[in-house]
Write a protein that binds this ligand. Sequence first.
Ligand SMILES: Nc1nc2c(ncn2[C@@H]2O[C@@H]3COP(=O)(O)O[C@H]3[C@H]2O)c(=O)[nH]1
Ligand SMILES: [Zn+2]
Length: 565
Amino acid sequence: MSYSGFRRSCGDEMTRKQRNDATCRQSAEQQRNREGWVQKSPVLPGSGMTTKIIHFTINGRLEKAEFGSSCSAAEVKDLFRAAAEVGPHHILKMYNITGNTVNISPQLEANSVDSHYRLEVVTSDVKGVRMPPELDNMESRLHHLERKVLEDVGKPPEVVCELKSEVESFRRKLESMEHLSWMGLFKEDGDLLLSKLSPKSKTAQLSVEEKHQQVRKKFLNMSSLQVTEEVREHLKTPIFDNWALEGPPIFHQRCDNMMLWNRQWEEAEMLVLLQVMFTDLDFLTDLHIELDVLQNFLFEVYCHYNSIPFHNFRHCFCVTQMMYGLIWMTDLRSKLSKLDLLTMLASALCHDLDHPGYNNIYQINAKTDLALRYNDISPLENHHCAVAFGILSKPECNILKNLTREQYKQIRGAMIKCILATDMARHNEILNKFKTIQPVFKFTNKDHKEVLMKIMVKVSDISNEVRPMAVAEPWLDCLLQEFFNQSDTEKLKGLPVTPFMDRDKVSKPSCQTSFIRFVLLPLFTELIKLFPCLEQHILEPVRHALEYYSEMERATKEEKRTTKA
Ligand SMILES: Nc1nc2c(ncn2[C@@H]2O[C@@H]3COP(=O)(O)O[C@H]3[C@H]2O)c(=O)[nH]1
Ligand SMILES: [Zn+2]
């Protein structure tokens, strides 16, 4: 879809009526051109003015806006607010291709699809993030209690410290969920939320850019700390809890945000753990990766995942961690080269970069720019891969820069193949290929190895059900959020509705029993033929999950039957 603004020429100013007429003509034209993204004419009829075309993404969706350089700044902002489908109270940020902020103003430079800007909605400038009054009350009473106890005893008892930590953890949880307000978890206004802004909640009001910088700072500060052996070992298993509902401290030393239990891993901590994975696989020493380059690369990867329910940085982390676990559990370190291992880990890390939250079916049906650019052939996976190599093209992020030309060629080719293999439309093709080679599999055979690497990335990508139920089930909720969001949009736009995403047709247990029966079990069964040791780690938990969701399905049906009766 494209967005047109009205334009005024310098020294030839249009009257408000003329401008309104122009807007109307433009809107009508925009309506006529809804299916395509290119306006028929860049020139306003009768105005003699040329326009500026701005390409940008919003939630990963490529869009186009058109306006004249003599538009007012407010008009230009309104135009982008319309594109972002937000009201006047929302703050927008625009970033150029290198990630720097650019001013949203009539001076915004025209660009091409390849150098598109990224538009992000920050937060409402008036509503802000409001914390429940109970939380503020609790904190103030705790503070009072702490002071009193300090006066009487000299040091706060453990129970007060624990309570303080719990309150802080709860506050963080609320803050970390604020960006999900569009999911309807928070009331826009009303009694529940206080109008008073809590000082700490200001962190949630930061722009995306500011938040990224904070994460970077925290990550770099923490990265020099020693991660405990316990966590390092845990990281090699599928029972690693990415939500960290109850986790051990991750560092030997104390640090500012000393691990509060009962909360999600923070982005900075996930970045530290990713760094540990690269270090513990000896990539830095063996492939000559400089630590600061690795840190820049990981940080850029983090910045290029969107805040969407499922295909976000946490998913990227989980997939990479599962790949890391598989490498250790199958002892691939003794069977594959370091370059092959790096291919797999980096592919997992980059496999969903800049995912917009709408799948390939949507891209193709909505004729998005990604579908046009990649001729409907795995548009998303092609995009993820292109973004990955875009990041690697910056020397300060290029973890491959010290490889030989031949090694670079090899890893680039293999990463492209692995990332493109995550398109589920190719699932049967890749699984069948693996089935034919599995009985004669040889690690020395280049083709065999290539198929195995694709399978490993695919397994990691769809491995949520391998994790303990308490970890896996919230992931399914996130996935369904994204699915339903897509099907709702499809309905709104009059596009074909993707059946497995339709909230009127899909239930949590039904979608999961089918996915486990028809996708996970056949794939995992084939992989354990090559690695029998994986049976207990990946096949058994998935069988349990199938029982769990089958039971849920039976109970739901029974409930419906009794309600009807
Ligand atoms: N039903 C279901 N689908 C999943 C699950 N995990 C991954 N998928 C699907 O598998 C797909 C893998 O590629 P995508 O990331 O495009 O989108 C993913 C989801 O559509 C799961 O646990 N349940
Ligand atoms: Zn994925």
